[in-house]
Design a binder for this molecule. Structure first.
Ligand SMILES: *Cc1c(COP(=O)(O)O)cnc(C)c1O
Length: 407
């Protein structure tokens, strides 16, 4: 199969999107472990450098295995959508070494010294930290408001003309808070502000932020997109193709956060099963959430599919399914949390998420141990809170494991 542009279903894109038959007709695009590429002639080299002829030049700039991952994810984010011209939406993606590298490119490619990023509290820890600890040294500030409160978002945008980029993460870690992409994007557009959405938790299978006219989607591909926990990676997907080919490509190439052929190969293969994995992840998560909700040792379950989650209705509006992430609080606090974690046999105690197998973590005793308790409670990270990335195991095995660990 060569690169064809005929309309395809989402599942077919997962399998074939972006695949180009290489000269040996390998079924799968190989791992192109080559740092540089030969030119036929001095003239050809010059033409490729001028961009008049297609061709790879140097590994930090591009690689065929990486191109396949980029094109496939761009096609998935654009699936079924139309651009402003009524034609099928075209997107361009740039793969990075990690989600944080992708987020760095998204920020530094769009915001200059003296300008600001508008964002909210419930962000991935690394994103929060880069905004707090790295960007201020480069003269880039941040305005943090509650994105649930649209009038305070409006006030912030009206008050500060140096805001250039709005960064949204939804659903967010670990309370699964959601914010309204459509309403936030509309407010940003009224103020000429660029919008970037971290779509890691949902994946394009469950949520397509480009429906709401956003400018960029970023992912940690480490999570559901790879799906097997085999490689760290990140991607920036953009709809302004000219800008992606110029400013964003320049930022990516010169900051040097490029991915590599092996990680891209693992990602491409993980993507082949994205939709079937997500179906099972989601079906299992629904059953696990219901079990936890009815269990006497559990004080609270945060799952978007439960009617008592504050963002249940919003998630139904902008997501195809509430997803596979949930968190819950044990009644016994921090000790009950630790005891529970130690008794698990099938569910694995590890950070990260989106792998085929179920991963569980206890933020209060691990990732957020260093965070001041008051502050952590403010973010909803209570002493007994357990975060769970529900896997694709036989669901009864997951539930039985939770049951025995709580007894
Ligand atoms: C993991 C994660 C990141 C960071 O990605 P890395 O691949 O670890 O660099 C960013 N955003 C979200 C929502 C994440 O879950």
């Amino acid at each position: 199969m060569t690169d064809n542009n005929t309309p395809q279903g989402f599942d077919t894109i997962c399998l074939h999107g972006g695949h180009v038959t290489e000269s040996n007709r390998a079924h799968l695009t190989p791992i192109y472990a080559s740092s540089t590429y030969e030119f036929d002639s001095a003239e050809q080299a010059a033409a490729i450098f001028r961009g008049e002829e297609k061709g790879y030049i140097y590994g930090r700039w591009g690689n065929p295995t990486i191109s396949e991952a980029e094109e496939r994810i761009a096609m998935l984010e654009a699936y079924g959508l139309q651009g402003a011209d009524g034609e099928p939406l075209k997107l361009k993606a740039i793969l990075h070494a990690s989600g944080m590298a992708a987020i760095s490119t998204a920020f530094l490619g769009n915001v200059k010294a003296g300008e600001k990023i508008l964002t909210h509290q419930s962000l991935y820890g690394g994103t929060h930290e880069i905004i707090e600890k790295i960007l201020p040294d480069f003269g880039i500030g941040a305005v943090i408001v509650d994105f649930h409160n649209l009038s305070s978002v409006m006030t912030a945008l009206d008050a500060d003309k140096t805001i250039k980029l709005m960064h949204i993460e939804t659903p967010a870690n670990p309370t699964l808070q959601c914010v309204d992409i459509q309403a936030l994007s509309a407010l940003a557009k009224q103020h000429g502000v660029v919008v970037c959405v971290d779509n890691t938790f949902a994946t394009p299978y469950l949520q397509q932020p480009f429906v709401y006219d956003v400018d960029y989607v970023v992912h940690s591909t480490t999570k559901f997109l790879n799906g097997h926990g085999t490689a760290i990676g990140g991607i920036v997907v953009g709809k302004d193709i000219d800008r992606m080919n110029t400013a964003m490509t320049k930022t990516h190439r010169l900051l040097g956060g490029n991915s590599n052929a092996f990680d891209a190969f693992l990602l491409v293969n993980g993507l082949r099963t994205l939709s079937v994995r997500m179906d099972r992840h989601c079906a299992n998560a629904e059953k696990v959430a219901k079990f936890l909700h009815d269990h006497p040792a559990v004080a609270q379950v945060n799952y978007l599919g439960l009617a008592d989650h504050p963002d249940h209705a919003l998630s139904q509006k902008q997501m195809k399914h509430p997803g596979a992430m949930l968190s819950f609080e044990l009644k016994g606090g921090i000790e009950a949390g630790a005891r529970f974690m130690n008794k698990l046999k099938i569910c694995l105690n590890a950070v990260s998420l989106g792998t085929c197998d179920t991963l569980i973590s206890h933020p209060a005793s691990t990732t957020h141990k260093g965070v001041d308790r008051e502050q952590r409670l403010k973010f909803g990270i209570t002493d007994g809170l357990i975060r769970m990335s529900v896997g694709i195991e036989t669901v009864e095995d997951i539930i039985n494991d939770l049951e025995q660990a709580m007894s």
